[in-house]
Design a protein around this ligand. Structure first.
Ligand code: SF4
Length: 415
């Protein structure tokens, strides 16, 4: 077993600015909800955020709250409250921990942002089932609780090629949302505003993609674990100038690191790709575990899920539909295999870690033989870690440590 030496964490300086931006976002949201100065819309992570933003809604993303519950290690204690009202421990632990926290009248936002008492009450909840059915059920619960509409897009899933038929379907469903949203907002959609929001969202996406691409450098200047924190503005503020400005600053810092040969993980001896959800309650622990072994987990499907190259301000609604369909999570295993093969080459990785998240089959891609097929094709070894995003009862720290140490040793020997 490796000695447990302390690994100094390399702080990304831009993080202070990001924290300010995130704080301003949450206080603004809180103000909108409390003063009723603006309508609040809840949106799934890849729901039609651009549309909501363009219509003047304050947009809140409960999956981000789910991640906060996980990262603050509150989630596991909240889950039983949702189980008690009939939501199974086997379904999405974002859902169960979020609803559980609401039932227990608590939120990590209060600790992070003093003065915020609760999540913002929604005037409308807008989902897209491109990722899973759980988001629809999650939003339906709040819809019933508050007596507000829960509306959305029921997306095709398991798609190989994204065709015009798929795009027509989602674009028409998106258009059908507009009058319903206008009724809640009390104002009409301004198409110019939507174009501008899509333009900003696209710019954010391009910058975020460049940020992630800095990890192609050897040594990589950023890890997947950094990425899960740095993606905050791309998730909750896409379609705004703040997100664009932030990623310019972050990108400049990382490019500077690349020029200076500054490694995110000292003595990078193995380069690893992370496939699946983060283990939010073990982010720091996992980051330190890999770093101690000189292994840099430098890229992931998860962080790349907020890259939408198809967004086009000239054709906002259709391009939104296309972008939301092209997501990795919406696609067939055949597509995923090819995507991962490209990522292996792009980031020159030595191995892949698949996180088999107990409560998220949608983001666990090791259940239908994909790792074995990919390994046979590429020769790149893989490790499956059993765990979960938020329910830490599904995580064995000792098993994770043993498996990761053995895997990294195998990678280093194989180099
Ligand atoms: S994709 Fe997974 S983690 Fe995300 S909301 Fe759906 S079930 Fe939960």
């Amino acid at each position: 077993m490796a000695d447990e030496v302390q690994v100094p964490r390399k702080k990304i300086q831009a993080t202070d600015l990001m924290n300010e931006i995130m704080a301003a976002y949450f206080y603004d949201l809180n103000e909108a909800a409390i003063s009723a100065s603006r309508k609040v819309a809840w949106c799934t992570s890849v729901g039609p955020a651009e549309l909501l933003r363009a219509m003047g809604f304050a947009v809140y993303f409960p999956e981000n709250h789910g991640a906060l519950l996980g990262a603050s290690r509150m989630a596991t204690d909240m889950i039983p409250a949702a189980n008690a009202i009939g939501y199974s421990p086997d379904i999405c632990s974002y859902l169960t921990s979020d609803i559980g926290a609401f039932l227990r009248k608590t939120t990590p936002l209060s600790k992070a942002y003093p003065g915020i008492q609760s999540v913002p009450k929604a005037d409308v909840l807008v989902f897209n089932t491109n990722q899973c059915r759980d988001v629809q059920d999650w939003f339906a619960w709040y819809g019933r609780e508050w007596g507000v509409p829960s509306i959305g897009i029921t997306s095709p899933r398991n798609i190989g090629e994204v065709t015009e038929i798929h795009i027509d379907d989602v674009a028409r469903q998106t258009e059908a949302l507009i009058p319903k949203l206008e009724a809640v907002a009390g104002s009409r959609l301004d198409m110019e505003k939507l174009r501008e929001t899509v333009r900003l969202s696209r710019e954010c996406t391009e910058l975020w993609n460049k940020v992630l691409a800095t990890a192609t450098a050897k040594p990589a200047p950023i890890t997947f674990f950094d990425g899960t924190i740095q993606m905050g503005p791309a998730v909750v503020l896409r379609g705004t100038q703040q997100a664009v400005d932030y990623y310019r600053v972050l990108l400049a810092e990382l490019e500077q690191r690349v020029r200076g040969g500054i490694a995110a993980v000292e003595h990078e001896t193995a380069r690893i790709y992370w496939e699946g959800m983060p283990v939010w309650g073990r982010l720091r622990q996992n980051s330190e575990l890999f770093a101690r072994l000189g292994a840099c987990v430098l890229a992931s499907t998860y962080c790349s899920s907020w890259v939408f190259p198809s967004l086009d301000p000239q054709d906002p609604i259709r391009s939104m539909a296309k972008a939301y369909l092209e997501l990795f999570i919406v696609r067939t295993d055949q597509y995923k295999e090819k995507y991962l093969q490209d990522m292996i080459e792009h980031f020159a990785v030595d191995g892949i870690v698949y996180h088999d998240a107990k409560t998220c089959p949608n983001n666990s891609n090791c259940r239908y033989g994909l790792p074995q097929r990919l390994e046979a094709k590429t020769g790149i070894p893989s490790l499956v870690l059993s765990g979960d995003l938020n329910d830490m009862r599904c995580v064995s720290d000792e098993q994770t440590k043993i498996n990761v140490e053995a895997f990294v040793e195998q990678l280093v020997e194989g180099r």
